[in-house]
Design a protein around this ligand. Structure first.
Ligand code: KIV
Ligand code: ZN
Length: 516
C-alpha cells in the first residue's frame, strides 16, 4: 500500500476558462469567469489558465479581476510567440500573486508547412527568442510545442531542449488534435524524459490531451504513468471540438486506482459536483447523462438486480462513494426495472411501513404505473400508497371506462363497476366527458350526489405525470370529499367520485366506514 508521502504529486492545470471557453457557444462574461475561478480555487486546482489575453480587452479585464481575487492558485495567461502577446499577458496578469506565462508555437510538419509556413529553424528561433523575452517578466514560464503528438520525435526533442535552455519551467506536450493512442503517447513521454532527465523533476512535464477519439483521459493517464507531473484538463471535459481531458475523470481515476497510479492530486473531491454544475450552468453546456463522475446517471440505478445489490452493499455496483464528490448519495431511479426490495426501501424512506398485503397491492399499482410513465417520482409513490392504504372500503370498483367524444356531439361514457363480485355497466351522455362518466355511475349506484367542488392537478412534472383529482360531493345533506390519481385524468376523475361514493355507500348499505 502506497501512502501520499511515497506517491508523487500530479499538478492540476485547469484550462476551463481558456481552452474550455473556446468551445462553441461557451462564451463567458468576465463576471462569470470570476465566479468559475473562485470555484476552481475551492476545488483546489494548482493552476488556473484564465484566458488568452490578446484575444480581447474583455479577456484582459476578466484575467485582471481573477488575479485580484483568486490568490491561492497560480494564474496563467496564454500567449503566442510574439512580444505584443506577451506584453498584453503581462498587463492582464499584473495583479496576480502567483503568475505564469504560457507560450506556444506549433511544431508538427503539417502545421509548419500549411499553417505557419515556417521551417524548423525559424520555429526554434522564435521559441527561444520569445521564451527569453517572457523570462524578463515571468519566473514561471510554460512552453507548449503545439501538436507535439504529431511532431517528428527528433525535432520535438530539439524544441524541448531549446525551450528548457531558454528558461521554460514547464514543458507541455499537447495532443492538439486528439490523435494519439495511450500506449503511443506513454512511449513519447518516456522518450522525452529519457532525452531530458530534468523533465518531471526540476522542469515540470505537462500533457494536454484533446478528446477527438474519446481518449483524452486515457492518454493523460498513460503520460502520468511515464513521468508527466502535470495534466491540463477542464471541468466537464469542455473545450475545442470534442473537448479536453475531463478534470473530474482524471482526478477520480487517480484516486480510485491509486494502487496502480502511484500518484496523487490535491483536488478537494467534495467540490467536484458543485464545480461541474456551475460550469454547465454558466456555459450552457449540458452534461450528458451518462458522463463519468458528473453525469446525472453516474450514480443512479434502475435495474432491480442492481438496486437490490446496492441496498445490500453499495460497492457491488459502485466504485466511488458519491458522497466523496459532493453528492448526497446514490440514487435509486424508481421505474419499471425496480424490484420489491427497492420499492419497500423507498417507501420506508418516505415514512410508510406497509403491511404485507398492502405492500403487494401498492407494488402492483407501482408496476402498472411504471409501464405507463418513464420515471416514478416520490410524489407518485405517495399517491399510490395513500390510495392503497386508504381505509375506505371499496364497495364499487372501476373495472372499465370508455369515453367517446366527437366534435358537435355530446360525449358518451360507458362505465363498468364491480360490487361484491358482480359487475354492472351503464352508458350516459353528458355536458362534458367527466359529467358523462358521473351520470353513468349514478345509473349504476342509484346515488345522485351534487358535485360542489372539483379540482385537477398534476402530481409530478412531464407529459406522463400522474393527475390527481380532488372533489367534493354533497350527498344526503353532507359534504363528502374524494381523491383519485391516474395518468389518465378521466380515470382519476372517476376514481375520485367512487372514493367519495364508497364512503357514503358504506353507510347507506350499513357497512362500517371511516368518518365522512
Ligand atoms: O491544444 C493545444 O495544443 C493547445 C495549446 C495552446 C496548448 O490548446
Ligand atoms: Zn488545447
Amino acid at each position: 500500500m502506497t501512502t501520499s508521502k511515497s506517491r508523487k504529486k500530479v499538478y492540476i492545470f485547469d484550462t476551463t476558462l481558456r481552452d474550455g471557453e473556446q468551445c462553441p457557444g461557451a462564451t463567458l462574461t468576465p463576471e462569470e469567469k470570476l465566479e468559475i475561478a473562485k470555484q476552481l480555487e475551492r476545488l483546489n486546482v494548482d493552476i488556473i489558465e484564465a484566458g488568452f489575453p490578446v484575444a480581447s480587452p474583455g479577456e484582459v479585464e476578466a484575467i485582471q479581476m481573477i488575479s485580484k481575487e483568486v490568490k491561492r492558485p497560480v494564474i496563467c495567461g496564454l500567449s503566442r510567440m510574439a512580444q505584443r502577446d506577451i506584453d498584453i499577458a503581462r498587463e492582464a496578469l499584473k495583479f496576480a500573486s502567483k503568475k505564469r506565462l504560457h507560450v506556444f508555437l506549433a511544431t508538427s510538419k503539417i502545421h509548419r508547412e500549411y499553417k505557419l509556413k515556417k521551417g524548423k529553424r525559424e520555429i526554434l528561433k522564435l521559441s527561444v527568442q520569445n521564451i527569453k523575452y517572457g523570462k524578463k517578466f515571468f519566473d514561471d514560464i510554460e512552453f507548449s510545442p503545439e501538436d507535439s503528438a504529431r511532431t517528428e520525435r527528433n525535432f520535438l526533442t530539439d524544441v524541448v531542449r531549446a525551450g528548457i535552455d531558454a528558461g521554460a519551467t514547464t514543458v507541455n506536450i499537447p495532443d492538439t488534435v486528439g490523435y494519439t493512442m495511450p500506449d503511443e503517447f506513454g512511449q513519447l513521454i518516456a522518450f522525452l524524459v529519457k532525452k531530458n532527465p530534468e523533465l518531471g523533476k526540476t522542469v515540470n512535464l505537462s500533457v494536454h490531451c484533446h478528446n477527438d477519439l474519446g481518449l483524452a483521459v486515457a492518454n493523460s493517464l498513460a503520460a502520468i504513468k511515464h513521468g508527466a507531473n502535470q495534466v491540463e484538463c477542464t471541468v466537464n471535459g469542455i473545450g475545442e471540438r470534442a473537448g479536453n481531458a475531463s478534470l473530474e475523470e482524471i482526478v477520480m481515476a487517480i484516486d480510485t486506482r491509486r494502487d496502480l497510479m502511484g500518484v496523487y492530486t490535491d483536488i478537494r473531491l467534495k467540490e467536484i459536483t458543485k464545480s461541474s454544475r456551475l460550469v454547465s450552468h454558466l456555459t450552457g453546456l449540458v452534461v450528458q447523462p451518462n458522463k463519468a463522475i458528473v453525469g446525472r446517471n453516474a450514480f443512479a440505478h434502475e435495474s432491480g438486480i442492481h438496486q437490490d445489490g446496492i441496498l445490500k452493499k453499495r460497492q457491488t455496483y459502485e466504485i466511488i462513494d458519491p458522497q466523496r464528490i459532493g453528492l448526497a448519495g446514490s440514487e435509486m431511479v424508481m421505474g419499471k426495472h425496480s424490484g420489491r426490495h427497492a420499492f419497500r426501501e423507498r417507501l420506508a424512506k418516505l415514512g410508510y411501513e406497509l403491511k404485507a398485503g398492502e405492500l403487494e397491492q401498492a407494488f402492483e399499482r407501482f408496476k402498472k404505473l411504471s409501464d405507463q410513465k418513464k420515471y416514478v417520482f416520490d410524489k407518485d409513490l405517495e399517491a399510490i400508497v395513500e390510495d392503497t392504504i386508504s381505509k375506505v372500503p371499496e364497495i364499487w370498483r372501476l373495472e372499465h371506462l370508455k369515453i367517446t367524444s366527437e366534435t358537435g356531439l355530446a360525449p358518451r361514457a360507458t362505465v363498468r363497476l364491480s360490487r361484491e363480485g358482480k359487475t354492472d355497466e351503464a352508458t350516459s351522455e353528458g355536458d362534458g366527458p367527466v359529467d358523462a362518466c358521473y351520470k353513468a355511475i349514478e345509473k349504476i349506484t342509484g346515488l345522485s350526489p351534487k358535485l360542489v367542488g372539483y379540482a385537477i392537478q398534476s402530481v409530478t412534472s412531464g407529459k406522463d405525470a400522474l393527475g390527481e383529482v380532488n372533489l367534493k360531493l354533497e350527498i344526503e345533506g353532507r359534504d363528502v370529499s374524494g381523491r383519485g390519481t391516474s395518468t389518465d385524468v378521466l380515470e382519476a376523475s372517476v376514481k375520485a367520485y367512487l372514493f367519495a361514493l364508497n364512503k357514503v355507500g358504506a353507510k347507506v348499505l350499513g357497512k362500517s366506514s371511516s368518518p365522512i
